[in-house]
Write a protein that binds this ligand. Structure first.
Ligand code: SAM
Length: 406
């Protein structure tokens, strides 16, 4: 118990002091900190965090009846901008998607999510004593439901889908209905899971109170390419982490993918400008790169000519500390490239099925997506070193790989 109180105190100090602190000062204090979990490196894009049995929720940030619309403007921050942005993104068909310059990059990210979800569902199943025990999952910031099929393949029992963008959530509902009717049509289509939807700002609303059963215990919470929105402010990050943690059973996992703040700041410093990128992505950092704030480190991503809404960099040591406050212990962080190296053999077949890599040299009649002179130099070199002029490899163009830290 004393461990938790001491921690909370330390975190409160961090909170009160947050505005005047920056990345450098926290880095220094990390070096004198001898808690194992807090000493992890901060280079991750894949984050896996496990619940510790001790946590008991104490305070609430907002009333459960609060919706983003009902909040005063001052409290809303960028919620409207974010919701409007995602609501306005058109859903594209397969053929339209395959014409995209970042077709393989998107598929590659999808492969990463699939492999990570499989890995952690595997751990959860292994830990369950009874073979048929239910598996309950929360897909936090689920968007249009891009991961619905992954949950089906993972054999889960129940899914909670939450997102701030109501139109995205409607599209998610339609996808689920479609998936269910296909499964009913196709013999051996597998069992579907039950589902519920929550339209709410996960950084401001206590989601548990909106669950069909607020006492429900979850095995896994997944937040893919979205957790960084909570780093707009300390209370928002805390609210999001509380939402992630408070319904997890002991031994359950919180998994996610986020941008690598250190990598982005390093790139900005290297380019001597707060705006940098290549022919497919552009990042603008909207803060002093020599003194990045812990919260509200606002940035803009532009990928394939689509300007994103404001996002925020996640200072990883702060995330680990805050997570600890809510009973979560860091299990693993990995960069995408390391995750790929670790999983590429196990996920080889899925890489092909999901078309997550581009074939080089291109197959007859195919045009490479990369247009820069050095987009495939690495692949060319690799094939040459194999000593087989007919060999083909799966790769990403250099420009896409550079953008993949997003
Ligand atoms: C990049 S998309 C990722 C969607 C999905 N997780 C996936 O991997 O396909 C980010 C999602 O986060 C949602 N989001 C952003 N801020 C949010 C917030 N404060 N509360 C709930 N959802 C939020 C957006 O509406 C959007 O659907």
């Amino acid at each position: 118990m004393s461990e938790i109180s001491d921690l909370e105190q330390a975190l409160l100090i961090a909170a009160a002091d947050a505005d005047s602190r920056n990345y450098e000062s926290v880095k220094q204090s990390e070096e004198t900190d001898d808690e194992g979990a807090e000493k992890e490196t901060v280079e991750s894009s894949v984050v896996n965090i496990q619940t510790q049995p001790k946590y008991k929720p104490k305070e609430r940030l907002l009333e459960s009846s609060d919706t983003p619309e009902s909040l005063p403007k001052k409290l809303k921050g960028y919620a409207d901008v974010v919701a409007t942005h995602y609501n306005s993104i058109e859903e594209k068909g397969v053929s339209e998607r395959s014409k995209s310059r970042i077709f393989y990059l998107r598929n590659f990210h999808n492969w990463i999510k699939s492999m990570m979800i499989n890995e952690y569902l595997g751990k959860i199943k292994e830990a369950k004593k009874q073979h048929n025990s239910p598996i309950r999952v929360h897909d936090m910031c689920c968007g249009k439901g891009g991961d619905l099929l992954k949950w089906k393949k993972g054999g889960i029992t129940h899914l909670i889908c939450s997102d701030i963008a109501s139109i995205s959530l409607e599209q998610c509902k339609a996808r689920y209905a479609d998936m269910k009717s296909r499964a009913a049509r196709d013999r051996g289509g597998g069992n579907s899971y039950s589902i519920e939807y929550i339209c709410a700002d996960c950084t401001r609303i206590r989601l548990r109170e909106k669950f069909s059963d607020p006492s429900m215990k979850l095995d896994l919470v997944s937040c893919q390419f979205a957790f960084h929105y909570s780093f707009e402010s300390l209370p928002q990050a805390e609210c999001m982490l509380r939402n992630a943690a408070e319904c997890l059973q002991p031994g359950g996992y919180f998994i996610g993918t986020i941008t690598d703040a250190y990598e982005l700041i390093a790139r900005a410093r290297k380019s001597d400008s707060d705006t940098f990128g290549n022919n497919i992505y552009k990042v603008s950092l909207d803060f002093d790169i020599n003194k990045p704030p812990l919260f509200g480190a606002k940035c803009h991503f532009q990928l394939e000519d689509v300007v994103d809404c404001p996002e925020f960099l996640v200072h990883f040591p702060t995330l680990v500390k805050l997570a600890k406050k809510f009973g979560l212990k860091l299990v693993k962080t990995e960069k995408f490239k390391d995750f790929f190296e670790r999983m590429k053999n196990e996920g080889r077949q899925l890489l092909t099925i999901m078309r997550a890599l581009e074939t080089y040299p291109p197959n007859e009649g195919a045009t490479p997506v990369g247009v820069e002179e050095d987009d495939y130099k690495h692949a060319e070199e690799f094939v040459k070193n194999r000593g087989n002029e007919y060999a083909k490899v799966g790769t990403l163009s250099k420009s896409e790989w550079e953008a993949s830290c997003k």
